[in-house]
Unconditional design. Structure first.
Length: 100
């Protein structure tokens, strides 16, 4: 689910597999650099991401830029910082959508 979520939220990178066929790689957003890419994309959508850590789980929230940060558009808690940012961004950009 983690890599599928990354594809839905983040940047898709084309790469060739062993047979020479083009495919989509989502590993580009499963890094700290990927968090920066998602944060930049959210900023272009007038949204502010916030990342926190509470022992093991990481938490992220997405707010509307220029508004009080009491109005959360998306949030997530996951084991990795990039996973939680992807989850929060997906919720903010796709209200009401559910991942299967």
């Amino acid at each position: 689910m983690q890599s599928r979520l990354a594809c839905l939220v983040g940047r898709r990178v084309l790469q060739r597999d062993r047979r020479g066929e083009l495919g989509v790689s989502c590993s580009a957003v499963d890094t700290w650099h990927g968090i920066g890419l998602i944060a930049h994309g959210l900023a272009r959508q007038d949204r502010d991401p916030s990342l926190t850590r509470d022992r093991d789980p990481w938490g992220a929230s997405v707010f509307v830029t220029g508004r009080e940060h009491s109005i959360v558009q998306g949030s997530g808690w996951q084991a990795t910082p990039w996973g939680t940012v992807q989850q929060a961004a997906f919720q903010a950009l796709h209200p009401g959508a559910v991942l299967e």
